[in-house]
Design a protein around this ligand. Structure first.
Ligand code: BDR
Ligand code: CA
Length: 334
């Protein structure tokens, strides 16, 4: 008897590595993407939604896409990192096809709540941007943690240096208050942070091979976007520059779902520094002791934190999944 695919809502700010992650999920037979909830982050939220619709249409897939939060819950918004993802989030595409597809009218948070109530215990949330949609969904439905199956987020770091400050990773830094709400909500939660995503360097040549192997507008668009994104990482990190490549960040949030044996996890409480010099730091309690200090009481729930990954095997999995013949004809607006 075959195992039914996991129903996933993909919460995202596409974003080049978000696009890689989406295509990995669509290509993987063990995952059924039942909705894409967008947020500000790598681009503004309107562009994020446009990109999500576009990537789905190119791949020939009709999936509900919603517009979510446009700014952080409390702090002032940071400028989008156009030098990493391009001003359009997809490496400044030279042109776009006229594709079909319209937005679901619900907010991202409302969509998450509706789906969790429609499929209690079945929905996995994979969140790879700032966490305002999940935090807002928790405000709309405080019982949400009992309704979803699990949450996997790409964000944060424990032992590895941060990528926007010495201690902060970008998704958490972009909305630290939302992130702290997600880490303390009490749902089964896995954190895929820089501790593992900085171990997996994907060469640009892989995306050229994928585009060559399966000649299609979707793989060609991904190749173009990754070329821009690799340019940034290769210039900023000598280890990445050596092979002309990039970090796959968001795609690892799906690999941990499909191939958990590749990761070493530790369970512990995680809290987020919401302001000050350490803003956006994910602080993990790594020792099983009781701390009487405010904010670290025994009733704070645990997070499963990915601390190590088998990098080569992880890259091989990503390659094998993206090399499959999974694409359909693009949905064009004609
Ligand atoms: C995270 O920040 C974004 O730029 C990427 O899409 C990823 O989600 C990495 O820190
Ligand atoms: Ca992202």
């Amino acid at each position: 008897m075959s195992i039914p695919p996991k129903k996933v809502i993909f919460d995202t700010d596409p974003g080049v590595d978000d696009a890689m992650a989406l295509y990995y999920a669509l290509a993987h037979p063990g995952i059924e993407v039942v909705g894409i909830t967008t947020t500000f982050g790598n681009v503004d939220v309107a562009q994020a939604a446009t990109n999500a619709l576009y990537l789905c249409a190119l791949a020939g897939r009709q999936i509900p896409v919603t517009v979510g939060v446009s700014q952080p819950l409390v702090k002032r918004a940071e400028p989008p990192p156009d030098f990493i993802h391009g001003a359009d989030g997809l490496g400044n595409l030279p042109h776009r096809l006229a594709t079909a597809g319209t937005l679901d009218p619900r907010s991202s948070a409302q969509f998450i709540v509706d789906m969790a109530r429609q499929f209690p215990g079945d929905i996995t949330l994979v969140a790879v941007g700032p966490l305002g949609n999940l935090a807002t969904a928790l405000q709309l439905a405080p019982d949400l943690p009992t309704l979803v199956r699990e949450v996997v987020l790409m964000g944060g770091t424990v032992l590895e240096s941060g990528n926007v400050s010495p201690v902060a990773e970008a998704n958490i830094w972009n909305d630290p208050h939302a992130a702290d709400a997600v880490f303390t909500a009490g749902w089964p939660l896995t954190m895929v942070g820089l501790d593992v995503t900085h171990q997996v360097i994907l060469p640009l040549s892989l995306f050229r091979q994928i585009a060559q192997h399966q000649q299609h507008i979707a793989t060609d668009t991904l190749r173009h976007a990754v070329a821009f994104y690799s340019g940034f990482y290769s210039a900023h990190d000598p280890a990445v520059g050596q092979i002309t490549g990039c970090y796959g960040h968001d795609v690892l949030a799906f690999v941990v779902l499909t191939d958990p044996a590749l990761f070493t996890l530790q369970s512990g409480r995680v809290r987020v520094a919401v302001d000050g010099l350490a803003q956006g730091q994910t602080m993990m309690q790594r020792k099983a002791v009781s701390y009487p200090q405010h904010g670290w009481h025994d009733d704070i729930p645990h997070t499963q934190v990915c601390l190590r990954v088998q990098a080569q095997a992880c890259q091989a999995v990503i390659e094998a999944v993206l090399m499959q013949d999974w694409l359909q004809n693009p949905l064009l607006n004609c």
